[in-house]
Design a protein around this ligand. Structure first.
Ligand SMILES: [Zn+2]
Length: 460
C-alpha cells in the first residue's frame, strides 16, 4: 500500500489513482528554467522525481510522466518582478535568447543522462505551447478570474478565496513581504494578484520573446505554462504533481488557482509532493561561493555520477541533504562494494530464479512509505549480507535496481567494461585467430596487447 505525504493536505495519505479502473497515473513535474547550467542540486530533484515514477511503475501503475521546460523568458524573482532570466543569460553569453535556451536544455538532458534517469514521457517546452496558455487565460476571463491593465493581465486572487491558505500557509503575508521593495503596477487590484500575460510595453517593450495575444503583443507569466501544459497532457484533474519546496509559496498556489479557475474542477491535483534542497558544505549553493557543482564536474573529478545518485538516495527526498566530498567519497565506496558483491555473485545461474519474497517485501514497504530510499538502501545491504543462496541474492538486488537505477544491471568484469575500444578489438581478433588455429597471428596480437596496453592475456 503506497503512502504519500501530501503537501496540500499536510497529511500522509494512502495513494489511490483517480482512474482506478485503468490503473493509470498522471505525474507532472516542474522542470528546469533553461537559462543556466544544471547543477547537483537540480540533479537531486530530478532523481527524486524519477524514483517516484519508477516506484509507481514497479507497483504496476501505468504512469504518464510529463515535465515542462521553461524556455520562455521569465523574471528572476518568482513574484513577477526583477530582470528576465533568459534575457540576462543571453546578454552574458552574447547569444540570442533562443540559442541560450537550446544550449541549456541540452545541458539539462546531458545531466539526466549522466544520472541514468529515464526520460519523462513528455517533455514540453513553454514556447511551443503559447496557444494553450492563451486559451487558459481566455477561460479565466470567461470565468471572472482575470483582468487587464495597461501593463499586464492579472489573476484576481480575491475571486479565489482558498488561494491564501493553500498548502497550509498564510500567503498574504509572505507575498507582500517579498514584494515590499518593488514598484508594482498601480492598477493592480490586490497585492497578491499575479501576472498571466505581460505586455511588451514599458520596461518590457524590448523583450525579445514575444507573441500575439488578444491582449496585445507580449509573453506569458511564468506560472501559466505549468497549468496549461499539465492540463493538455494529463487532463483538468490528475494524480501527482512534484516540485521543489521553493514552489510552495508562489508557483504552485498560482498553478492551482489558474487550473481550477479555468476548469471549474476541484481539486486540480490530488497529491502534491515537494522535494527539499541540497546544500554544499552546509551552505546554500551560490555562484559567489563557487560551490555550484555540475554533474559533469563531479564526473571530471573522477566520481561516477551514480555515486552522486547513491548519495542523494541516502536522504529522504523531503528532507535537506548536505553534500560534501567526504560524503561523496563514502557513497562511492559503498556503491563500489555493491558492484564487487554483484560481480562475485555473477557466476551463479539465475535462470528462472525469483527474488526472495521476504527481502523484496521489506524493500517495497520502505519504498511504499513515501519513497523512503534511505531505509530501502539499508534493506539492500541487509540482503547483500544475508545467507540467501547466491542466485536468489543476485536476482533480488537486481530487482531492487529497477527502482533505484544505480546501474546494477551494467556491472561487468573490468575486462569487458573499462578497456578502450582498441583493446576489445584486439582481444576479439585474437579469439578469432585462435579459433582458426592461426597461432602466429594470435601470438602477435598477444604481444601487441602486452606492449601497448600492458595487458596479459591468459588462455584457459
Ligand atoms: Zn511548474
Amino acid at each position: 500500500m503506497l503512502k504519500i505525504y501530501n503537501s496540500l493536505t499536510k497529511k500522509t495519505e494512502v495513494f489511490t489513482p483517480i482512474d482506478k479502473i485503468n490503473n493509470t497515473v498522471g505525474v507532472y513535474s516542474c522542470g528546469p528554467t533553461v537559462y543556466d547550467y544544471s547543477h547537483i542540486g537540480h540533479g537531486r530533484k530530478y532523481v527524486a522525481d524519477n524514483i517516484i515514477v519508477r516506484t509507481l511503475r514497479y507497483l504496476g501503475y501505468k504512469v504518464k510522466h510529463v515535465m515542462n521546460i521553461t524556455d520562455v523568458g521569465h523574471l528572476v524573482s518568482d513574484a513577477d518582478t526583477g530582470e528576465d532570466k533568459l534575457e540576462k543569460g543571453a546578454k552574458k553569453a552574447g547569444k540570442t535568447v533562443w540559442e541560450v535556451a537550446e544550449f541549456f536544455t541540452r545541458d539539462f538532458f546531458e545531466m539526466l543522462n549522466l544520472l541514468k534517469i529515464f526520460e519523462a514521457d513528455v517533455f514540453c517546452k513553454a514556447t511551443e505551447h503559447i496557444p494553450e496558455q492563451i486559451k487558459q487565460i481566455e477561460r479565466l476571463f470567461e470565468n471572472g478570474f482575470a483582468y487587464d491593465t495597461a501593463e499586464a493581465v492579472y489573476f484576481d486572487v480575491s475571486k479565489f478565496p482558498s488561494y491564501k491558505e493553500l498548502f497550509g500557509q498564510n500567503l498574504s503575508e509572505k507575498i507582500v513581504g517579498v514584494r515590499e521593495e518593488v514598484v508594482t503596477d498601480t492598477n493592480k487590484k490586490n497585492a497578491q494578484d499575479f501576472v498571466l500575460w505581460f505586455k511588451a510595453v514599458g520596461k518590457y517593450k524590448d523583450h525579445t520573446m514575444r507573441w500575439e495575444s488578444p491582449w496585445g503583443t507580449g509573453f506569458p507569466g511564468w506560472h501559466i505554462e505549468c497549468s496549461a501544459m499539465s492540463t493538455k497532457y494529463l487532463g483538468e484533474q490528475f494524480d501527482i504533481h512534484t516540485g521543489g519546496i521553493d514552489h510552495l509559496s508562489i508557483h504552485h498556489p498560482n498553478e492551482i488557482a489558474q487550473a481550477e479557475g479555468a476548469s471549474g474542477k476541484f481539486p486540480f491535483v490530488k497529491y502534491w509532493i515537494h522535494h527539499d534542497f541540497l546544500t554544499v558544505d552546509n551552505k546554500k549553493m551560490s555562484k559567489s561561493l563557487g560551490n555550484t557543482y555540475r554533474v559533469t564536474e563531479i564526473k571530471e573529478k573522477g566520481y561516477s555520477p551514480l555515486a552522486l545518485k547513491y548519495l542523494y538516495l541516502l536522504a529522504h527526498h523531503s528532507r535537506p541533504l548536505n553534500f560534501t566530498f567526504e560524503a561523496l567519497d563514502s557513497a562511492a565506496k559503498s556503491l563500489n562494494k555493491i558492484y564487487s558483491a554483484i560481480l562475485n555473485l555473477q557466476n551463479s545461474n539465475i535462470q528462472n530464479v525469483l527474488p526472495d519474497p521476504n527481502y523484496r517485501a521489506e524493500f517495497l514497504s520502505a519504498m511504499e512509505d513515501d519513497f523512503n530510499t534511505p531505509v530501502a538502501l539499508a534493506v539492500l545491504w541487509k540482503t547483500l549480507k544475508s545467507d540467501l543462496d547466491n542466485s536468489v541474492k543476485l536476482v533480488t538486488i537486481l530487482d531492487f535496481d529497477k527502482i533505484l537505477g544505480l546501474g546494477f544491471f551494467d556491472v561487468k568484469p573490468a575486462q569487458e567494461k573499462e578497456y578502450p575500444e582498441r583493446v576489445r578489438e584486439l582481444i576479439t581478433k585474437r579469439e578469432i585467430a585462435r579459433k582458426e588455429r592461426n597461432w602466429e597471428e594470435a601470438d602477435k596480437l598477444r604481444e601487441e596487447l602486452k606492449r601497448v596496453f600492458n595487458i596479459e592475456v591468459k588462455d584457459n
